[in-house]
Ligand binder design. Structure first.
Ligand SMILES: Cc1cc2nc3c(=O)[nH]c(=O)nc-3n(C[C@H](O)[C@H](O)[C@H](O)COP(=O)(O)OP(=O)(O)OC[C@H]3O[C@@H](n4cnc5c(N)ncnc54)[C@H](O)[C@@H]3O)c2cc1C
Length: 369
């Protein structure tokens, strides 16, 4: 897919096809069938996204009653909606879903409902002289105009806002959004070993520093070291913030090499010595945008008309894939329930977090040392 032959102005432009963007595009297409909607991502299917993963946990055990209620609603949709309730997609007894297959199903459903998919790298937002957002510019120099631009760009959001207009300070996320990474490994188990773990529950370490998700049908067992880190860099002269590495020599796989010992500790600690042969065949860093209180940001941008945000997944948003798009569509037309609009506002201030243990405790430079 390319950015050629697309209308010069679209009603809705959704940037980012992870959980927030894909779900929003589908909800917009279903609720506004006569509108033109574009879903753009630098990679389609969105293999570079935090949402593209062999397995994600779907749980409703939040101490925050709001998220517990929302997660229960989402779980019901995972069960009842034929788009999600497909053989092998959700492993209800163990509490996880095949994330990449579910996300691909949503992107395909959005396309079937009329959403135009565009594979392109957005280099900047475009504003008119009144700071109204009028669309985006792609890295190849082309532009896409839009009446509504929704940024669902995950860990890259803070950097994109700064790079779009360094002088427009109110546009920038400041400390609202921080790119944070987690080291993840996928071990491929032999059929007899996979059978031993089949149906086992997701294992979360009591201290909250590690997670093992039992093998899927292909024998892939996922191990995550849940101690997140930033990657602090100067993205433009004078602008220091955390963002996923862009240097090809620092791709996710090679970075993880120095961190493999963390995964080995997690695997050995949780599964014991009998799992020592199950070395991860694929290690990588998964980047998400975390907010200070781990609330999502699903909000109009208060300083840029026609610009909207749906991000801040804070390491707990995937489970909302079946429902979050409806909330985002309501946010755009101003009909989101007051409680949610306040909770997910750009400027919401709340001390306590719903996923506090996931706040970054170190920088990648230290982890590699
Ligand atoms: C290791 C790990 C484990 C997790 N486990 C769970 C779990 O078990 N359960 C759960 O509910 N949640 C979990 N999460 C959280 C969840 O996966 C994330 O919160 C969620 O995927 C974030 O979605 P997103 O749409 O914000 O971002 P992403 O999924 O990262 O999507 C953003 C998209 O934007 C695109 N993009 C960015 N910039 C540009 C640009 N300039 N131009 C074009 N495209 C662009 C990217 O290519 C990407 O596809 C986990 C997260 C991680 C990292």
């Amino acid at each position: 897919m390319s950015s050629c032959n697309i209308p010069t102005r679209t009603s809705y432009l959704v940037v980012g096809a992870g959980v927030f963007g894909a779900s929003a595009a589908l909800a917009l297409a279903r609720s506004r069938p006569s509108e033109s909607i574009i879903l753009v991502d630098k990679s389609l299917p969105p293999r570079q996204s935090a949402s593209w993963d062999c397995a994600k946990v779907v749980r409703a055990d939040y101490t925050d009653i709001l998220y517990a209620r929302l997660a229960l609603e989402a779980k019901n949709r995972w069960r009842a909606d034929p788009l999600y309730n497909r053989p092998g997609l959700a492993n209800e007894s163990s509490g996880w879903v095949e994330a990449n297959r579910a996300l691909a199903a949503v992107v395909n459903a959005a396309a079937a409902a009329g959403v135009r998919l565009v594979q392109a790298n957005v280099s900047a937002l475009i504003f008119d002289e009144n700071r109204v957002c009028t669309g985006v510019r792609y890295a190849d120099g082309q532009s896409q105009l839009a009446e509504h631009t929704l940024l669902a760009t995950g860990a890259e959001t803070a950097q994109l806002l700064v790079c779009s207009d360094p002088a427009f300070r109110e546009l920038h996320a400041g400390n609202r959004l921080t790119a944070a990474g987690l080291v993840t490994g996928i071990a491929k188990l032999k059929p007899e070993e996979a059978a031993r773990f089949h149906g086992a529950p997701v294992f979360l370490h009591a201290g909250g520093s590690a997670k093992v998700i039992p093998p899927n049908d292909m024998g892939e067992l996922k191990i995550t070291c849940d101690v997140s880190f930033t990657n602090t860099t100067e993205v433009l002269p004078g602008f220091i913030l955390s963002s996923p590495p862009t240097d090809p020599s620092e791709d996710q796989a090679s970075l993880a090499l120095g961190m493999e010992s963390e995964l080995a500790r997690v695997r050995h600690g949780i599964l014991g010595g009998r799992s020592d042969h199950a070395q991860p065949k694929h290690c990588y860093i998964c980047w998400d945008a975390i907010t200070p209180n781990q609330n999502f940001i699903i909000s109009p941008h208060p300083h840029a008309e026609n610009l909207y945000l749906a991000t801040g997944g804070s390491f707990h948003s995937f489970k909302f894939l079946p429902t979050i798009g409806d909330f985002i569509a309501r946010m755009i037309d101003g009909s989101l329930e007051k409680e949610l609009a306040e909770r997910w506002a750009w400027d919401f201030v709340k001390e306590e977090g719903s996923n506090k243990r996931m706040m970054p405790a170190r920088d990648m430079a230290e982890s590699k040392a």
